[in-house]
Design a protein. Structure first.
Length: 346
């Protein structure tokens, strides 16, 4: 696909992954419009930081200001459809998500994803969008399959006969329900779409600390002692650097049109205690005591993805290993903390 002058919408484009995707698409010559709600209650510094990052991304590509449309996609279906009619491709990343505690405890808020996805998908179809990308999640898989040594396969969805426990809480089911209409729209209407299931993404641009790596980095930069880690430290994940996710997302949009889901994530697991070791080493923090707080949620004990399909269809595999990714992320968080120090600490 020739991305030059393609008219592209990125929903959630002011967010972590969305911002990185917007940056990459602009570098490929696309005309990118970001759709985002932006407002974050009680966290005005994050709103300002996201907006400033977006400005810097666009200015690095010769734009004076971002091409930004503020919308609440829970209710602004027809406003979005009107915008989409003048575009070729939609990357749909908008969702409600806030880390492990959010997935476990905020089920009512999570249900709003169903409204967001329905509005964006149907508006894009009605607007005649050429290609549609849906950002899904490894949370669609049965939690009972999250075990050491097992790599989650795309066909594992709903495979265990566990009913409502066949996905990771309502968040996992909401993401799965976002996938299914795309399959049906392709079969019945020929709508071209692709689905990528992301796994534990981290890297520059992730402002909030509701996820493990940014939280652990900030505690190290704060020279916390005792240094507190949520969970046992034995839980493990296939952590995936944001640039690898962006690359896979673009490849999937180029090569898949029938809503076939593809896993994007490391098939290599790292225990949280190993992540802690790397972060403390990179930051240069040597606390006298590291405390593993088992009263805090730690999520699935072990989760990693089988990426055979991504290798075969996309020629994709993750290239940035955890240590290098953490080094890049630490440097970015140092710059971000210096820039917004008053707002973060005050």
């Amino acid at each position: 696909m020739n991305w030059k002058r393609k008219r592209v919408i990125v929903t959630g484009g002011a967010g972590f992954i969305g911002g990185a995707l917007t940056d990459k698409l602009l570098s490929l010559g696309s005309d990118v419009t970001v759709v985002d709600k932006l407002l974050i209650p009680n966290d005005s510094w994050i709103w300002e930081a996201k907006l400033q990052r977006l400005r810097e991304i666009y200015r690095s590509h010769g734009y004076e200001n971002p091409q930004l449309e503020i919308m609440d996609l829970r209710i602004d279906r027809y406003q979005f459809q009107s915008l989409a009619e003048d575009h070729d491709i939609v990357f749909h990343l908008s969702a409600l998500f806030g880390g492990r505690e959010f997935v476990d405890k905020y089920q009512t808020e999570t249900s709003e994803i169903l409204a967001i996805d329905h509005n964006v998908i149907m508006a894009s179809y009605e607007a005649g969008i050429e290609r549609f990308h849906y950002a899904s999640s490894a949370c669609v898989y049965p939690p009972s399959l999250n075990k050491p040594g097992y790599l989650l396969k795309e066909d594992d969805v709903l495979s265990t006969g566990e009913g409502w426990k066949s996905s990771d809480n309502l968040y996992g089911f909401a993401k799965l329900m976002g996938e299914l209409p795309l399959k049906v729209l392709h079969e019945e209407k020929g709508f071209k779409s692709n689905i990528c299931r992301y796994l534990t993404v981290y890297g520059p641009g992730q402002f909030d600390t509701s996820h493990a790596i940014p939280a652990l980095i900030d505690r190290a930069l704060d020279r916390e002692d005792p240094y507190v880690v949520w969970g046992s430290g034995e839980q493990e994940r296939g952590f995936t650097y944001v640039d690898d996710i962006v690359e896979g997302t673009i490849l999937a949009t180029e090569k898949i049109v029938d809503a076939t889901p593809v896993n994007l994530g490391w098939d290599k697991r790292y225990k949280i205690k190993e992540v802690v070791r790397i972060i403390l080493e990179v930051v240069g923090h040597r606390p006298k005591e590291v405390v593993f707080d088992r009263t805090k949620p730690e999520g699935p004990f072990s989760r990693a993805l089988d990426i055979t399909r991504a290798r075969e269809i996309l020629g994709w595999y993750p290239r940035v290993d955890l240590e290098e990714g953490i080094r890049r992320t630490v440097e970015w968080r140092k710059e971000m903390r210096a820039k917004f120090k008053v707002k973060i600490t005050g």
